[in-house]
Design a binder for this molecule. Structure first.
Ligand code: COA
Length: 186
């Protein structure tokens, strides 16, 4: 019997930072492939909040429960990265029709450049249809609660980068509360 070829997919994006919407796409698409590579774009044009290495680490920490997921950064053309990784599939999430035109153009461009690589679209879970990394950063910059938008373990890091004053205040409030708890228990 012929050996089955390993199926490799790439989920590319800026992930600045990763949101629960991205994580949902990663969890669902990891079931479609033997290996899913989350490709973090090093994009000089976008002026990211987090360095590529920081974004890679954040994604690794929240995907450690998924055995077949690998996370790495890439620069240059996505199809070149896909070829280098022997991936035949690109995964993209569609949140609304507004995403469609841009995504279709990108998929067709990529397929023209590299006919061996197909793009697969997953519809974003309705719970996250309105989410984007920029919206999360905006809410955080005004000290708003972002617990429902990104993995909880990443909240302190994102808050302190977007709104250091509010994160400091929260930290000292928590310190005070812990101090009070300790006094109460004495
Ligand atoms: N949940 C939450 N947010 C989502 C989402 C989901 N499921 N799907 C998309 N988004 C949001 C992101 O948060 C991001 O928000 P932001 O603009 O506020 O940061 C936005 O949608 C789009 O981001 P993303 O999915 O990260 O894509 P991108 O546009 O930053 O990058 C690449 C897309 C990496 C695929 C593309 O730029 C690329 O391939 N670049 C390499 C160069 C190349 O090959 N170019 C030619 C392509 S034809």
């Amino acid at each position: 019997m012929e050996d089955r070829k390993i199926r490799i997919g790439i989920y590319p994006g800026s992930f600045d930072p990763i949101t629960l919407g991205h994580l949902d796409i990663i969890e669902r698409s990891s079931r479609l492939f033997d290996i899913l590579i989350v490709g973090v774009l090093v994009n000089a044009a976008k002026k990211p909040l987090f360095l590529a290495e920081e974004r890679v680490k954040m994604i690794q920490s929240v995907t450690s429960h998924i055995d077949n997921v690998r996370v790495c950064s890439f620069g240059g053309l996505l199809v070149d990265f896909a070829k280098q990784e022997h991936a035949e599939f690109i995964v993209r999430g569609l949140r609304a029709v507004t995403d469609f035109e841009y995504e279709l153009q990108m998929a067709q461009m990529n397929r023209t450049m590299c006919p061996g690589i197909d793009t697969i679209f997953l519809t974003t879970d309705l719970r996250y249809a309105y989410l984007s990394s920029s919206v999360v950063k905006e809410v955080a910059s005004y000290g708003g609660n972002i617990d429902r938008f990104i993995p909880v373990s990443l909240v302190p890091e994102v808050m302190s980068r977007c709104n250091p004053i509010s994160a400091d205040k929260k930290g000292s409030q928590e310190d005070k509360k812990n101090e009070q708890d300790r006094t109460d228990h004495q």
